[in-house]
Design a protein around this ligand. Structure first.
Ligand SMILES: Cc1cc2nc3c(=O)[nH]c(=O)nc-3n(C[C@H](O)[C@H](O)[C@H](O)COP(=O)(O)O)c2cc1C
Length: 186
C-alpha cells in the first residue's frame, strides 16, 4: 500500500477536478490512500508521511501557478536542504486553455514543475503513450487537460481527461509501492 499526496492549485475548477480524479485512481489501488491538498494547505509533514506525490497546476503565462511555486520555494526548500524526499515518486498534471493542442506553454509548464521536483531527488513517473485516452490529452510528461474550445470558451475538462488522470495516478501509486517494497532509498 502507499500514501500518495496530491497537491494542486486551481481558480476555475479544472485542475481541481483532475486532482479529484487522481485521488480516485490512487484509491483504486488496493490499500492505498490519497491525501488531497491545495498548494496553500500542504505542509512538510504531508510530504514526509507520503510515499509519492502528484502535483497539478493551471498553465499561467506558459508556466506554473504562483501558489505552487511559492509552496516549492517555502515548504519544499527545507526538505531539499535535508534530503528528506529523495527517492519518492512524482507525477505531474496540468490544465490550460491556450490555442493549439499543446496549449500555450504547457510543455514548459510540465518541465518547470518536474525540474523542481527532480531537484528534490524525486523520481518522475511519466505517462506512457499506450495509456487509454492518451491522444485526448496525454503528454509524456503527464496528463494535460484543455479546458476551453477553439474560441477560448471554458467548458472544463472532459471525462476522457479525468479517466486519464485516474490512470496516471494508478501508475504513480504502483511505482511508489514498488520502490517502497524494494527499499531502494531507505
Ligand atoms: C493568469 C492566467 C494566465 C493563463 N495563461 C495561460 C497560458 O499561458 N496558456 C494556456 O494554455 N492557458 C492559460 N490560462 C488558462 C488556464 O490555464 C486554463 O483556463 C486552466 O484550465 C485553468 O485551470 P483551473 O480551472 O484549474 O483554474 C491562463 C489563465 C490565467 C487566469
Amino acid at each position: 500500500m502507499a500514501k500518495i499526496l496530491i497537491i494542486y492549485a486551481s481558480d476555475y475548477g479544472s485542475t481541481e477536478k483532475m486532482a479529484q480524479a487522481a485521488a480516485e485512481g490512487v484509491a483504486a489501488v488496493a490499500g492505498s490512500e490519497a491525501v488531497l491538498r491545495t498548494a496553500e494547505e500542504v505542509t512538510a509533514d504531508d510530504f514526509l508521511s507520503s510515499d509519492g506525490v502528484l502535483v497539478g497546476t493551471p498553465v499561467h503565462m506558459g508556466s506554473m501557478d504562483w501558489r505552487l511555486k511559492k509552496m516549492i520555494d517555502t515548504v519544499c526548500s527545507g526538505l531539499w536542504m535535508q534530503d528528506k524526499v529523495n527517492g519518492k515518486v512524482i507525477g505531474a498534471f496540468a490544465s490550460g486553455s491556450g490555442y493549439g493542442n499543446g496549449g500555450g506553454g504547457v510543455e514548459l509548464t510540465f518541465l518547470s514543475v518536474l525540474n523542481n521536483f527532480a531537484e528534490l531527488g524525486m523520481i518522475i513517473v511519466p505517462l506512457p503513450k499506450n495509456t487509454v485516452n492518451y491522444k485526448k490529452g496525454g503528454l509524456h510528461w503527464g496528463v494535460y487537460g484543455r479546458s476551453a474550445d477553439e474560441d477560448l470558451n471554458n467548458h472544463g475538462v472532459s471525462e476522457e481527461i479525468l479517466a486519464l488522470s485516474r490512470q496516471h495516478a494508478i501508475h504513480v501509486t504502483r511505482a511508489a509501492i514498488a520502490l517502497k517494497n524494494a527499499e531502494v532509498f531507505s
